[in-house]
Ligand binder design. Structure first.
Ligand SMILES: C[S@@+](CC[C@H](N)C(=O)[O-])C[C@H]1O[C@@H](n2cnc3c(N)ncnc32)[C@H](O)[C@@H]1O
Length: 381
């Protein structure tokens, strides 16, 4: 039976997520603010959960209603047929999120939802044993716990069951980072937004930090799952979970090999490069990516090979010395990287460096509380 699900991403990345879901042959995906709503059977839902590189969370939409205050939210929650969703012995954590709502705070919201569900069983369906319920401001406290997210914006409330467990940008391989790591899902979005061909074009991140962009690029090019196999998915605790179907979908895309794949990470910080190497090893791509301790000013294009892509997120320019980096980048690109394609993620305050041709604003989105832009250009010959 098809049900309604929602995949959440950073505001501004909805179109890329839509494109990703369409490639998975998800029927009628619909763009909403900060995500994509879609109808699917368990198969489609599991595929999105396992294979989406851009979604931060994927949830089953349980019910939605209008509520102007806690009382109305409680009443409408109590009206819903929770007994269809929570079998005997279910253990459910409830997290509230409010935005410009008359419901006063996330704790008040999760309490009204918790009271509504409890009273549904206590008074309306007293012949059925209700679930164990608890309010939380964090994630699940155990692997057998279900996570119900209540979100109210103005008077619109949505209750959803989280199929992921926490944010899916955590892939499991990044245990070590520098001071400003990029979310893995954002790196995946940057890569999806450009036309890099892994078989013919080298990929270079000259300020690679903990290696996020390159490791994401490798795992995608080799058709590896975005997350490591032992990733914790909330859906495994659902009553109707189908482990065989889920497992089968984990090997939906057999791992590929690509002749001539050339991926290079450089950074001026030796410590962070050590992290990058360890992350690449955990991610199973250590043999495909080369890390070099080189400052941008000293770096040449890798050997004589074909021109490729520079994809990077330089420091966001909060400090004076960071501003200098873009000038240095512009000079270095013009002098040494003629003909190369460049994609740079910059904060909205930063202008892309002068490279002698026009930059295109490929993406504009929110990242970690900042407005950022992905600029794409080509250094003239
Ligand atoms: C925003 S961080 C990159 C984060 C990275 N994408 C990640 O996910 O870990 C910027 C990186 O640029 C490096 N960097 C700054 N100036 C540099 C330069 N002139 N040459 C090489 N690397 C530089 C810093 O050491 C830092 O690791």
């Amino acid at each position: 039976m098809a049900q309604t699900y929602v995949a959440i991403t950073s505001p501004g990345l909805e179109d890329l997520l839509l494109e990703e879901l369409r490639k998975m042959k998800i029927k009628r995906p619909k763009k909403i603010e900060g995500g994509v709503e879609f109808e699917a059977t368990s198969r489609g839902f599991y595929e999105v959960l396992l294979w989406s590189r851009i979604a931060h969370r994927v949830m089953l939409r349980v019910t939605e209603f209008r509520a102007r205050d806690q009382r109305e939210c409680y009443k409408k929650t109590r009206r819903f047929e929770w007994e269809r969703l929570f079998g005997e012995g279910a253990n459910v954590a409830i997290r509230g999120v409010v935005h410009s709502s008359y419901i006063y705070g996330s704790g008040a919201l999760s309490k009204s939802v918790m009271d509504g569900i409890r009273d549904r069983y206590a008074f309306d369906k007293s012949n059925i044993k209700g679930p164990f319920l608890e309010q939380t401001e964090r994630g699940r406290s155990s692997e057998d716990q279900l996570m119900l997210l209540a979100r109210c914006e103005e008077d619109r409330c949505e209750l959803s069951l989280e199929g992921s467990s926490g944010s899916m940008h955590r892939r499991g391989w990044r245990k070590c980072t520098g001071s400003a790591p990029l979310r893995e899902s954002i790196a995946a979005a940057m890569l999806q937004a450009i036309d890099w061909d892994p078989a013919t074009e080298p990929l270079l991140d000259p300020m690679c930090g903990s290696g996020t962009i390159l490791i994401e690029a490798m795992r995608k090019s080799l058709s590896m799952l975005p997350r490591l196999d032992d990733h914790d998915y909330g859906v495994c605790a659902w009553d109707n979970f189908k482990p065989e179907q889920f497992e089968k979908l984990q090997s939906l895309h057999p791992q590929k090999t690509i002749e001539g794949l050339k991926v290079i990470g450089r950074d001026q910080d030796a410590e962070v490069l050590k992290c990058a190497g360890e992350n690449a090893k955990r991610a199973g791509v250590k043999d495909f990516v080369r890390f070099e301790h080189v400052a941008f000013a000293d770096g040449q294009p890798p050997e004589d090979g074909p021109r490729g892509w520079i994809v990077s997120n330089p420091p966001y320019g909060e400090r004076i010395e960071d501003g200098e980096i873009l000038r240095e980048l512009g000079e270095g690109l013009r002098e040494r990287f003629k003909g190369w394609n460049v994609a740079l993620l910059l904060s909205e305050k930063q202008r892309p460096p002068r490279i002698g041709s026009v930059w295109k604003e490929r993406l504009v989105f929110r990242n970690g509380g900042l407005n950022v832009k992905l600029w794409v250009g080509q250094v003239p010959e």
